[in-house]
Design a protein around this ligand. Structure first.
Ligand code: LLP
Length: 430
C-alpha cells in the first residue's frame, strides 16, 4: 500500500491507522475525513528532532496550519512542543481557542489588515512575518501606539522556480508574496526596518512553493538568502533567523517518490553549514514551515458510491456523496490521488472510472480515468492522502455541509470536528 498506515484486513476491507474503514463509515457516516493522530505526531517529532540535530540551537519546524486547521491540531502541536504559523485572523482565533501558546506563533499573510495586526498583538503573537514596506509601516505604527516592540521577520522572494504547479509556486520575483531580493527592494526594506521604531528585525523568511520532491531548490533558495544575509552583515546588520518556508512533497500515487524527510533535512543543513563557512558567517537559527508533509498522508476521505453510469462508447462516471466541496484540489490543480473501494479492497481494480462529486458543476471531479474495483451503489470509496488542503479548503457550494473530521489515536477514533448540519448552514442567514 501507498503508506504504512494503510492495510487490508482478512475481510478485504481497507484499514486505516489500524481501524476498519467500513466500521468507521458505519459509525460516523459519509463523507468522512479521517486523520491519523499518531502519524501527525510522528511527523512533527521527525521535523523537530531532525532540525535540532542537523541545524542545532533553536532551529525547528513551524506547523503550516493552512494545510489542516482546527483546534485539535493546535493542541497536538502544542503538546509536541513545535511552533506554528498563522495566516489569518481566523487561524489565530482557532489557535488561541485551542490554548496554543501564541508567543510560539508566526503571523503570515500578504495583506494583514490593521484589525489583523491589532488582533495578533492583543493575542501576544511572538513574531510577524512582514510582507512588504507598507505593512512594515503599519506594524510599526501599531506597536508604537501600544508602547511595545514587535519581533518580525521580513518575507523575501529569492527568485526560485521549483517547477511545481504554477498556482502553488510562490518564491518567484513576480509573486504577490514578499519583497524581491533581485530588484534591490529587499535590501532597502531592511534598511528601513532597522530605522523603524516599535519593531525588532530578527531575520528573513522565504517560501518557494509546495509539493516539491527535490531538495535542490531548497538549497538554491538557502544560498540566495544566505548571500543576502552576508550582504546585510557587511552593512552592519546580523540576522539571527532564516525561515525557509514549507514545501516538501508527499506521495499521493505509486508513481511519486518516497521522500526521506530526515535525509532531506540533513542534506539541506550540510549545504547551509558549508555556505555559511564560505561566506564566513555564523550559522543562523533555521526554521521551516511544513504543512503537507506533516498532515497529508495522515488523512483519508471516505465516501458512499451513488450512481454508476456508463456512457456507451465514452466512459463511466462513479458519483459519490461528496466532491469538490470537501476536496477542491482536482478541480483547482488536477491533483493526483489514489482511490479504491474500501469494502472491496482486495478485489482487482479493473474498472476504469471518473469519480464525480455531486455539485452542479461539470468540473466537480475527484479523479479522471482511474482504475477501481467494480463499483455498485452503496460501496465505500476511499480517497487516500487527503489530510492536507482538503478539510482546510472545504466549501459550502450548493449548500453542501462539510464532513466531520474523525481522528484516530492509538486505534481509538474520536470526533475532532463535528459534521456540519443544515442548521449550521443557515445559522448566519437573517
Ligand atoms: N509556509 C508558507 C509561507 C506557505 O505559503 C505555505 C503554503 C507553507 C508554508 C506550507 O507549504 P507545504 O509544506 O504545505 O507545501 N492549496 C495548495 C497548496 C498551497 C500552499 C500554500 N502555501 C494545494 O492544495 O496543493
Amino acid at each position: 500500500m501507498l503508506h504504512d498506515n494503510l492495510t487490508i484486513n482478512s475481510q478485504g476491507h481497507l484499514e486505516f491507522a489500524g481501524v476498519d474503514t467500513t466500521e468507521l463509515a458505519r459509525t460516523y457516516g459519509t463523507p468522512l475525513y479521517l486523520m491519523d493522530e499518531n502519524r501527525i505526531r510522528a511527523r512533527m517529532r521527525l521535523y523537530r528532532d531532525a532540525m535540532k540535530k542537523y541545524f542545532g540551537g533553536e532551529s525547528g519546524p513551524l506547523l503550516a496550519s493552512k494545510a489542516f486547521c482546527c483546534k485539535a491540531i493546535y493542541r497536538i502541536a502544542a503538546e509536541e512542543g513545535i511552533r506554528t504559523d498563522l495566516v489569518s485572523g481566523g487561524e489565530l482565533y482557532t489557535a488561541s481557542a485551542a490554548g496554543f501558546p501564541l508567543e510560539r506563533a508566526y503571523f503570515h499573510g500578504n495583506n494583514k489588515t490593521d484589525a489583523d495586526i491589532r488582533q495578533a498583538m492583543d493575542a501576544g503573537v511572538g513574531h510577524f512575518v512582514v510582507d512588504n514596506a507598507e505593512e512594515l509601516q503599519a506594524v510599526s505604527a501599531c506597536a508604537v501606539q501600544r508602547g511595545q516592540t514587535q519581533n518580525i521577520l521580513l518575507r523575501l522572494t529569492p527568485g526560485i522556480d521549483p517547477h511545481t504547479h504554477a498556482a502553488i509556486t510562490t518564491g518567484k520575483v513576480d509573486s504577490k508574496f514578499g519583497t524581491a531580493i533581485e530588484t534591490g527592494q529587499a535590501a532597502e526594506l531592511v534598511r528601513v526596518a532597522l530605522r523603524m521604531p516599535g519593531i525588532r528585525l530578527v531575520g528573513f523568511h522565504c517560501h518557494i512553493g509546495s509539493q516539491i520532491f527535490d531538495v535542490i531548490p531548497f538549497c538554491d533558495a538557502a544560498t540566495i538568502m544566505l548571500r543576502f544575509m552576508a550582504q546585510m552583515r557587511q552593512e552592519g546588520y546580523e540576522a539571527q533567523v532564516l525561515n525557509l518556508g514549507g514545501g516538501f512533497g508527499v506521495r499521493y500515487i505509486e508513481e511519486h517518490p518516497v521522500i526521506d524527510y530526515e535525509a532531506a533535512i540533513a542534506q539541506l543543513a550540510a549545504h547551509i553549514r558549508n555556505t555559511c563557512a564560505e561566506l564566513k558567517m555564523p550559522m543562523p537559527t533555521v526554521l521551516m514551515e511544513p504543512g503537507r508533509s506533516i498532515v497529508a498522508d495522515a488523512g483519508l476521505t471516505l465516501y458512499t458510491v451513488g450512481s454508476v453510469k456508463t456512457i456507451t462508447g465514452y466512459k463511466s462516471y462513479v458519483s459519490i456523496d461528496g466532491g469538490m466541496t470537501d476536496n477542491p484540489r482536482y478541480a483547482l490543480y488536477q491533483s493526483d490521488y489514489t482511490v479504491l473501494l474500501a469494502n472491496k479492497a482486495s478485489l482487482p481494480a479493473d474498472f476504469r472510472a471518473t469519480i464525480a462529486g455531486r455539485c452542479c458543476e461539470s468540473g466537480d471531479l475527484i479523479q479522471e480515468d482511474v482504475l477501481l474495483q467494480k463499483p455498485v451503489r452503496g460501496d465505500l470509496l476511499a480517497v487516500l492522502v487527503t489530510g492536507a488542503y482538503n478539510y482546510s479548503m472545504a466549501l459550502n457550494y450548493n449548500r453542501v455541509p462539510r464532513p466531520p473530521v474523525v481522528m484516530i489515536r492509538d486505534g481509538k477514533p474520536y470526533v475532532a470536528v463535528r459534521r456540519e448540519s443544515y442548521a449550521d448552514l443557515t445559522h448566519l442567514d437573517e
